[in-house]
Structure formats: C-alpha cells, structure tokens
Write a protein that binds this ligand. Sequence first.
Ligand code: R1P
Ligand code: URA
Length: 288
Amino acid sequence: MADYLPSELVITPKGGVYHLDICPEDIAHKIIVVGDQDRVELVSKFFDEVTHKSQHREFACHTGNYKGKSLSVISTGIGTDNIDIVINELDALVNIDLETRNEKSEKTVLEIVRLGTCGILQDEIPIDSFILSTHALGIDNVGHFYERNVDEKTERLALDIESKVKLPKYVKPYLTPASKILNDRLLTDDIETGITVTSSGFYGPQGRRLRLPLVENDMLDSFSDFKHDEVRIANLEMECSALFSLSSALGHQATAICLGLANRRKKQFTKNYDEKIIELIKHVLEHI
Ligand code: R1P
Ligand code: URA
C-alpha cells in the first residue's frame, strides 16, 4: 500500500498538490514566501526570466532565475493556518513521489525565506527597519499539533519567556529558532534582529483594541520589556511560528525578514511601504 492515501494527500489530475495547485517541476528549491499575493509579481519582476506562473486561491507561484539562482516566490495568504498547508505541500512536492505516493529515500532540503511585513515592539527599532527573525514565538496553535524537538538552549529561553510574558490563560507559547545558515547570509549591518512573535490574528491577538475589550491589556508591554541576556523580542506578525517549526521538523531551512510598518510602542505607522518593500526585495534576492 502507498505511504500516503488520497484522503491524506490530495493530488490533482495533472499530478500536483491540491491547494498550491503546482507540480514538482514548477518550483525551485530556494523559495521566497510572502503573505500578499500582489507581492509575488513585485518580486518576480526582478527575475531575469520567469518560467512558471500560477495561482489557486491565495497561493500565487512564480518561478524563474535571478543572477544564476533558480528561485520561486509563493504567496501564503495571511496566517499560520495557511502556512500549515504551504509547508506540508511544498515538502510533499520534493520529498514524496506523487506518482507512487511513497516517501522518497533521498530527501531534498528547501531554503525558505519569508519576506513579510510586521509590527515593531521596541522603541529603539525605527519604523521602516528590516527585521531578521532569530526565533519565532508562536502564540497561535499550529505548532502544537506536531511533535516538537528543540534544543536545550531554546527550551530554556522558551521557559523564561513563558514565565515573564503576559498572555491570555489558554495561550501556550512555543519557540523555534530560525535557520542559522540563512540568517548568516541575510544579515548585514543595517538589519535589526530579535525574536518574532507570531499571533493568530491582527487585532486582539496583537494587542489592538478597537471596540472589543481584551482579556490581557499588558501583553504587548510584556513582550517589549522581556530581556534574556542580549535577547529581545523585536516584532510581531502572523506566519513565522508555523513556518519555522514545520520547516525545521521536516529538515528544511527557514527564516524571515520583515519590513516594520508600525511601531506599536511609539504608535507610528509608515508612509514609505512602496519604496521600502522594493528595497527589502532587492536585499533578499541578492542574499538568498
Ligand atoms: C497582516 O496585515 C499581514 O501582514 C503581515 C502579517 O504577517 C499578516 O500576514 O505579513 P505579510 O505582509 O507578509 O502578509
Ligand atoms: N503585520 C502585522 O501582522 N502586524 C502589524 O502591526 C503590521 C503588519
């Protein structure tokens, strides 16, 4: 019997994965993931050649070449629930034989860089900064559905965070390091670093109070005030926790670099998105 039956792994009539609706030959092994589908074209317009373009639901995919590197750019839509789909299906494209439905004996390692936007949690990080994640602190729940295996140092840091930050009582945070290999390539002098919080929503789960009262009003300040040796919590967004935890469990390399749109401490919002996102795209294309 095949390892993965149709109820578990849906394969399209043309031999691709269901939600992304792409086939193994449609993707490169270096992949930029973005939340917004309109950002896919913004990235691929810098490619020297585009060899594949597709879109199904929020998952747009362009593949091509940039200065001799084979690259794909894929939109995930918003949230860690979508990341569960994207990472499982990308892994299936390279590590499961979609014709026989059996796992391949030789595994392919993907390099995945999230090129996103985020909110800033530190006074000293200026608006419009690029923030490279050292870890993702999930306050969503996707990571809790998979067995986790993190090193002792990360576990100690996670326990320290859990003891100090203020979260609603049913939220259990989980911490996963970003890929050091990718971070060494992406880090340059002008880039900020720190732990990225991944929330399950944009408003209450990121401490935004509109008309609905929140159960924990000090959450954001408790993130900003956290310190562990030189480690700080830098930013807040909606995808990294699942991206890092699923990728590392599957043996892939993953990190994120985000443009800081809002400084939540200083209550500032950018006026420079169009120009700064292009700058970030160029940085990622050069260093991935
Ligand atoms: C919220 O507005 C969205 O923006 C951020 C968040 O993570 C969330 O997806 O990232 P993207 O700009 O990559 O979508
Ligand atoms: N994306 C987020 O998730 N939060 C912000 O504050 C800005 C961008």
